[in-house]
Design a protein around this ligand. Structure first.
Ligand code: SF4
Length: 324
C-alpha cells in the first residue's frame, strides 16, 4: 500500500486556537502522505490533534481555530490556500467527512430525502429535485435501507441507520477521499461491528481512500492498512498496521498498545499510561512526550526529535537515528 499514488500530502501543518488564556498549539508541524486506496487509521488520546487534522483537511475548523502555516496538497492543489469557491469544488465532491454524532449532524426538521436533495443540489444546481431523490434512493438501498424511508425524519431511525445515512450523504457525490471522525462512538458494539464491515465494503465499491480517526485501536486493527499515531499535536509514528501492532517503535505507541484491555491476560488491574496529556497552550520543550516517557534522556527535554523514515515506517524519537 505504501508504494501507491499519493493523493494527499500534508507538510509542516500548524493549527492554532487563540483562547482567553493563550494560544492552543493544536497541530505543531504535521507531515503526512495519504496513498490512494488505503485506509489510514489516525489514533491517539483525546486532544492529541487527530480530529483537528481531519477538520483542517476539509477546512472546517471551528473559529477561532486557524491554519497558521503549512500545506495540504490534494492532487497537487493546496487546500490550505483555497478560497470558499474553490473549496466547494473539493469539499463534499472530492473529499468528504463523516462526523461523530449523526443525531446532531442531521437536521431534525428535514426528512432524509430533503437532506440528500440539499446536499446534492448544493454541489450541483443542475441536478433536478426528482433526480436528486432518485440518487438518494439508490444510495439508501446500497446502504441496506429501503428507499421508502426517504420521507422519514432522523428521529424515526435507529442510531446505526442514522450513521449509515450520514455516510450515504458523504458518498452521494462520489468523493475519492472519506474522512471518518470517530464514526462509531455513538453506536453499541454490535452495530459498530456492522458499520465497520459496511465501511470496508463501501471502500471497495466506491473506490475510496479512507482516513479513519478513532481512539479505538480495535477499529483500526480491523480496517487500517497503515496507522498514524498522534500525541500532543504531533505525529510520533506512522507504520503499516501489522508492523505497528507487532513491533511498536515509539514509547508512546508502546504505552498505548500496552493499555488495551486483554481478557486472555491474567492482569488484576488495567494498565494505564502514567501522567496526563500535555497542556498545548504551554507545551513541554523538546519531545512533547518527555514528561510521561519512561525512556526520556537529557536531549529529549531540550530538543524536539527529528522524524526518521525507512522500510515504510516513520518515527519521531531520539532513540532512533534510523528505523531499526
Ligand atoms: Fe521518550 Fe525521548 Fe523518545 Fe520522546 S524522544 S519518546 S522522551 S525517548
Amino acid at each position: 500500500m505504501g508504494a501507491g499514488e499519493t493523493i494527499l500530502s500534508i507538510k509542516g501543518l500548524h493549527v492554532e486556537f487563540p483562547i482567553s488564556i493563550g494560544t492552543v498549539k493544536a497541530l505543531q508541524g504535521v507531515d503526512l502522505d495519504i496513498v490512494k486506496g488505503e485506509v489510514m487509521g489516525l489514533v491517539g488520546e483525546s486532544g492529541c490533534g487527530k480530529s483537528t487534522l481531519g477538520f483542517s483537511i476539509v477546512r472546517l475548523l471551528r473559529p477561532p481555530g486557524r491554519i497558521t502555516s503549512g500545506r495540504i496538497d490534494y492532487r497537487g492543489r493546496n487546500v490550505a490556500g483555497m478560497d470558499e469557491k474553490e473549496l466547494l469544488r473539493i469539499r463534499g465532491r472530492r473529499i468528504a467527512m463523516v462526523f461523530q454524532d449523526p443525531l446532531t449532524s442531521l437536521n431534525p426538521l428535514f426528512s432524509i430525502g430533503q437532506h440528500f436533495v440539499e446536499t446534492i443540489r448544493t454541489h450541483d444546481r443542475a441536478v433536478t429535485k426528482s433526480r436528486a431523490l432518485e440518487m438518494a434512493g439508490d444510495m439508501l438501498e446500497s446502504l441496506g435501507i429501503s428507499r421508502q424511508r426517504l420521507g422519514e425524519y432522523p428521529h424515526q431511525m435507529s442510531g446505526g441507520m442514522r450513521q449509515r445515512i450520514m455516510i450515504g450523504l458523504a458518498l452521494v457525490m462520489r468523493p475519492e477521499l472519506l474522512i471518518a471522525d470517530e464514526p462509531t462512538t455513538a453506536l453499541d458494539v454490535i452495530v459498530e461491528a456492522q458499520f465497520l464491515d459496511l465501511l470496508e465494503e463501501l471502500r471497495g465499491r466506491f473506490d475510496l481512500t479512507v482516513i479513519l480517526i478513532t481512539h479505538n485501536l480495535g477499529n483500526v486493527a480491523q480496517l487500517a492498512h497503515r496507522i498514524t499515531v498522534m500525541y500532543g499535536g504531533t505525529i510520533v509514528e506512522v507504520a503499516p498496521a501489522g508492523d505497528l501492532f507487532r513491533r511498536p517503535l515509539h514509547p508512546y505507541t508502546e504505552g498505548l498498545l500496552a493499555s488495551i484491555p486483554n481478557i486472555r491476560l491474567d492482569r488484576p488491574r488495567l494498565v494505564t499510561m502514567p501522567g496526563s496529556p500535555p497542556d498545548l497552550v504551554d507545551p513541554p520543550a523538546g519531545c512533547v512526550f518527555h514528561p510521561r516517557c519512561p525512556r526520556a534522556m537529557d536531549v529529549c527535554r531540550r530538543e524536539r526529535p527529528p522524524s526518521v523514515s525507512g522500510d515504510g515506517r516513520t518515527v519521531s524519537c531520539w532513540l532512533y537515528k534510523e528505523v531499526p
